[in-house]
Write a protein that binds this ligand. Sequence first.
Ligand code: 3PG
Length: 410
Amino acid sequence: MKLKSIREVKHLTGKKVLLRVAYDVPLEEKGKSWIVVDDRRIAETLPTIKYLLKKRCRIVIVSWLGRPGGKVIEKYRLDPVAKKLSELLKKPVKKLNDCIGPKIFAEIQALKPGEIIMLENVRFYSAEEENSKMFAGLLAYGFDLIVFDAFAQAHRVHASTTGITKFLPTYAGFLVEKEINSLNQIIKKPKRPLVAIIGGAKISDKVAVLEELVKMADKILIGGGVANIFLKAIGVSVGHSYLQDNFIDQAKRKKVNFVKLARKIYQRHKNKIVLPTDFISANKMDQGALVEMVDAKQNQKINPRFMFLDIGPGTIARYLTEIKKAKTIFWNGPMGVFEINKFAFGTKKIAEAVARSQSVSVLGGGDTESVVKKYNLEGKFSYVSTGGGASLEFLAGRELPALKNIQKAR
Ligand code: 3PG
């Protein structure tokens, strides 16, 4: 895939640029405000921003943060992100409290060469996830071009990802180029066995992509919330376990029955898909919870009021054997609720095993990065993508919808 690059824009100097980034970063409450706890997604866009600044462009930054669901939710405002960007750039970044409308338009018109504005979270409008043409047009209004550097959000069909690219010439930023080149290198001819480890809470995204991933992987080890849906699909009782996430891509996919889909995938690829067979279950998601081990191989059943919150020792041992054999590993998503120490053991063991492995290891996803940070495993993997769902879809061979209009004609 060859993308149109900002390097190729003629007469870029002084242009009004809508810069689409993926600043969906983890925040933490500190006193009365919020701070950015991991700035990697911001730092990785600095080469693009610095390039645009060198060209004296007027830069307007747009992103979403979290899943506010079409409402203004204070903790999802982008102010701490603008503050962090300003610190990293050592330059003022003016944060506006909306992303469309006459006031915003006037601010954009008044921008001087080399100045930066950050718009408010686009997901404060439901029109964003609905991929409204009108909303996309308003976002793109008044700019000369779009620079798309939001690799981590390129798998969504939203107004600010695919929608805006229909209104203006769009070029890839340096982060998008780097991600595509690096991931392409890895999937071109992966060394085998290729083992994918898939967990986490974004169940619908992961199950949907497994249909393709299973064709290229030799083994897929499943954990976290994703495991619950497969277990339900094959008739293992899961009690109160987490099963349904927010279906976020209204425009992209029709409502799918993910239990049915998981059953279909499992039945076709039983030889490749490895499900947990023992579990740590608990009555609540809390360090002080009552805990019970459940071994499905011993015909034990979960207490119907409990939920699965981590994989058990038998499953860990099985997964470590597969990881040891692997020559290429894709890892996306934790095996349990690793944020609570009582349910973190499975994830920790898997993370350490991937870090130890001599394979080509590719990681993606905000939670996976948090695991790496929590256990001080930074620098022990071949490549860590800034995208979770996006890197997984790309590795599985899917076209990322937001990159479609940036491709060069062949
Ligand atoms: C991410 O953090 O992976 C992206 O921002 C996508 O977020 P979403 O799953 O809420 O669309």
